[in-house]
Write a protein that binds this ligand. Structure first.
Ligand SMILES: [Zn+2]
Length: 129
């Protein structure tokens, strides 16, 4: 494992609760099943953290999603225009296609990144619980 437990990236990449990093954050682990890709568990099944901290909490994830989208768009444009030598129109079409394909994943990523801004990892010794 590249990212150690206790880092925010561990929680984000492995779909884990930001607080205990044991319970799953999203209900669906299989990224090819689109239907429930954005459904959160209500609470962490390990530490009981409420994932919906306040009503409309994930509204703010939209800003994270925007940043991710811009980063992907810029990267796609550079690859298409500079490295693949596509025309300007073709490069923009490539951006649209790539963003459409990534949208579910960026939405999902933005939610787990967003909650990681607010909840810090707390180590609990399993022997003391
Ligand atoms: Zn937890």
């Amino acid at each position: 494992m590249i990212f150690k437990k206790g880092t925010k990236l561990y929680s984000i990449i492995n779909n884990k609760c930001p607080k205990c990093q044991e319970g799953d954050f999203f209900k669906e682990r299989n990224l090819s099943r689109f239907k429930n890709l954005l459904t959160l568990n209500d609470t962490c099944n390990h530490c009981n953290l409420k994932y919906m901290i306040e009503p409309a909490f994930y509204y703010g994830a939209m800003f994270v999603n925007y940043a991710l989208t811009v980063a992907i768009a810029v990267t796609s444009f550079i690859i298409a225009f500079v490295f693949l030598n596509l025309t300007l129109i073709e490069s923009f079409m490539a951006i649209v296609i790539i963003l459409a394909l990534c949208s579910m994943y960026t939405l999902r990523l933005s939610r787990i990144i967003w909650i990681n801004f607010f909840i810090a990892y707390q180590f609990k010794d399993p022997k003391k619980i």
